[in-house]
Design a protein around this ligand. Structure first.
Ligand SMILES: *[C@@H]1O[C@H](CO)[C@@H](O)[C@H](O)[C@H]1NC(C)=O
Ligand SMILES: *[C@@H]1O[C@H](CO)[C@@H](O)[C@H](O)[C@H]1NC(C)=O
Ligand SMILES: *[C@@H]1O[C@H](CO)[C@@H](O)[C@H](O)[C@H]1NC(C)=O
Length: 292
């Protein structure tokens, strides 16, 4: 294990010992701010067809990856969405990051267009997502959006979520790739007739031409991000047990022909997810440790 990767976990001990607000149904967003930017020293992921374990057979020799999920390559991709129940973030109980009861564990879920890796559209990416934390037994959650790299991530104001809520996240790009809109809705169920209980959105306009979207990739992702002030190391990945992205759509149609990919971080035990495409076209990712 690389001790360096566990440093952020340990160094948060004093921060997490501070007083916590009283529990409430809609607590304020997390005190932690993540860097929603790639870590240059982590090159992955590698993509593979669902059901083919070839890329996973030797994860120790695969490139490291802080991302898992599915993507669809295409042309004219201007709308990407999914509905899912935000998993509870738990302390990991197996693997090298297990049982740090005074630590912070994190998992983020996002939907976006382009830029899963720098090989796609030079890394330019429009995305919106939800960060979840387990911090010394307390859970917190926040919704965010970004147009990478021209506009750093921002939290949606006046919009609170808790783990266990069902959310629908949509990213929509203008046809010229120079503007778009992201939306996060809290809904009362996973079906397409679910009612919207609360929503937040943000519109991007007049993006610089160097940050134009290519409209060539749709993505549904779990990411192990670092903290803003410690951008080199992903936080310990929370145990989310399983996340199921349902209603996975591109331009209003069910996505067909997706590739899947997994988080692979040596210091945290190797492969940390097992993502597949489910029978109804959902993207299902389990939290694992190693090649199990
Ligand atoms: C993409 O969409 C635009 C406008 O809707 C259309 O003019 C163009 O032909 C489309 N390109 C492809 C490759 O489908
Ligand atoms: C996550 O939680 C599940 C259910 O309690 C457990 O079976 C699994 O071993 C845990 N995984 C990790 C990495 O802690
Ligand atoms: C905040 O959200 C509430 C409920 O959705 C809404 O009624 C209120 O107008 C919002 N306030 C602001 C400042 O947007």
């Amino acid at each position: 294990m690389k001790p360096s990767t566990l440093l952020p976990l340990l160094s948060l001990l004093s921060a997490s010992a501070s007083a916590h607000p009283p529990p409430s149904r809609r607590s304020p967003p997390s005190q932690y701010k993540l860097s929603h930017a790639p870590i240059p020293s982590i090159p992955g992921p590698t993509f593979h067809r669902p059901g083919s374990k070839s890329a996973l057979a030797s994860s120790s020799s695969s490139p490291e990856s802080q991302k898992a999920g599915a993507r669809l390559s295409g042309t004219n991709i201007t709308s990407v969405s999914t509905t899912f129940r935000i998993p509870l973030a738990e302390m990991a109980t197996t693997g090298p990051t297990a049982d740090n009861e005074n630590g912070v564990y994190q998992a983020s879920y996002w939907v976006g267009i382009d830029g899963v890796t720098s090989a796609s559209c030079g890394g330019v990416s429009l995305r919106a997502g939800v960060d979840t934390f387990w911090d010394t037994g307390m859970r917190s959650t926040g919704a965010w959006y970004e147009w990478y790299p021209s506009q750093e991530s921002s939290q949606f104001g006046n919009f609170t979520l808790v783990q266990g809520d069902v959310v629908r996240i949509t990213a929509v790009a203008d046809g010229d790739g120079l503007g778009g809109e992201v939306r996060v809705e809290r809904v009362d169920g996973l079906g397409c007739e679910a009612k919207v209980l609360a929503s937040a959105s943000h519109r991007f306009e007049g993006v610089a031409s160097g940050d134009r979207l290519c409209l060539g990739e749709a993505a549904w992702v779990i990411e192990d991000y670092p903290l803003l002030n410690q951008p080199e190391f992903p936080l310990a990945l929370a145990n989310f047990t399983e996340v199921v992205f349902q209603g996975v759509e591109v331009n209003g149609q069910g996505a067909k022909g997706m590739e899947v990919f997994d988080i692979n971080l040596e210091a945290q035990g190797g492969r940390l997810t097992d993502c597949e495409v489910g029978d109804g076209g959902s993207v299902d990712c389990k939290r694992v440790v190693g090649d199990a």
